[in-house]
Design a protein around this ligand. Structure first.
Ligand SMILES: O=C(O)C[C@@H](Cc1ccccc1)[C@H](O)SCc1ccccc1
Ligand code: NI
Length: 183
């Protein structure tokens, strides 16, 4: 079972390097890891389990956050339109995105960052992703708003990018021209 002690924090090398593609079809070890990642996110949102194991709530997790430089991520959340997302993904790739941007009005956090980093994190409003899901099926996802933000946050982890890398250093609360909040 993954707990917070398994999650590496800022300064750990895998958080700032580009992760390697996962060989397809995935081997047993990678399948088990991705399943455990999804279970961790689900557990982190369960009031009893999260209290018992002192889990920080999360909606996503990427393998580099476990010190594994592999292109694997898991998400578990419901967006503001009631659409549910709960799956693991191998080798996710953003194949297209909107020019229009969005952002979470309260900024972003990260399970690998034990501090508040205030500021607006500009993200693409709409993205299309291709990936292989936990069941080994090729999937194409068209995401917008909050769901697009979550997936971009996790795919950034596979590219060694942290959410605060996107915050405007001169004016952290500057909202990108024309961007609308997704929350
Ligand atoms: O560190 C991670 O990758 C998990 C993040 C993902 C995330 C952060 C901000 C915006 C979108 C996704 C955690 O979920 S941070 C904690 C959290 C919990 C519930 C809702 C939003 C963020
Ligand atoms: Ni993160």
């Amino acid at each position: 079972m993954i707990t917070m002690k398994d999650i590496v924090r800022e300064g750990y090398p895998t958080l700032t390097e580009s992760a390697a593609p996962v060989e397809m079809p995935p081997n047993k070890e990678d399948q088990e890891t991705l399943t455990d990642m999804l279970t961790f996110i689900q557990n982190s949102q369960d009031p009893e389990i999260s209290e018992k194991y002192e889990l920080r709530p999360g909606v996503g997790l990427a393998a580099p956050q476990l010190g594994l430089s592999k292109r694997m991520m898991a998400v578990h959340f419901e967006d503001l339109n009631g659409n549910s997302y709960s799956d693991g993904y191998y080798n996710p790739k953003i194949i297209s995105h909107s020019v229009e941007q969005t952002y979470i009005s309260t900024g972003e956090g990260c399970l690998s960052v034990d501090r508040e980093v205030p500021g607006i994190v500009p993200r693409h409003m709409r993205i299309t992703i291709k990936a292989i899901n936990l069941n080994g099926e090729p999937v194409k996802l068209r995401l917008k708003g909050y769901a697009a933000v979550v997936f971009q946050h996790e795919i950034d982890h596979l590219n060694g990018i942290m959410f605060y890398d996107h915050i405007n250093k001169n004016d952290p609360f500057k909202t990108p021209d024309g961007a609308k909040p997704c929350d």
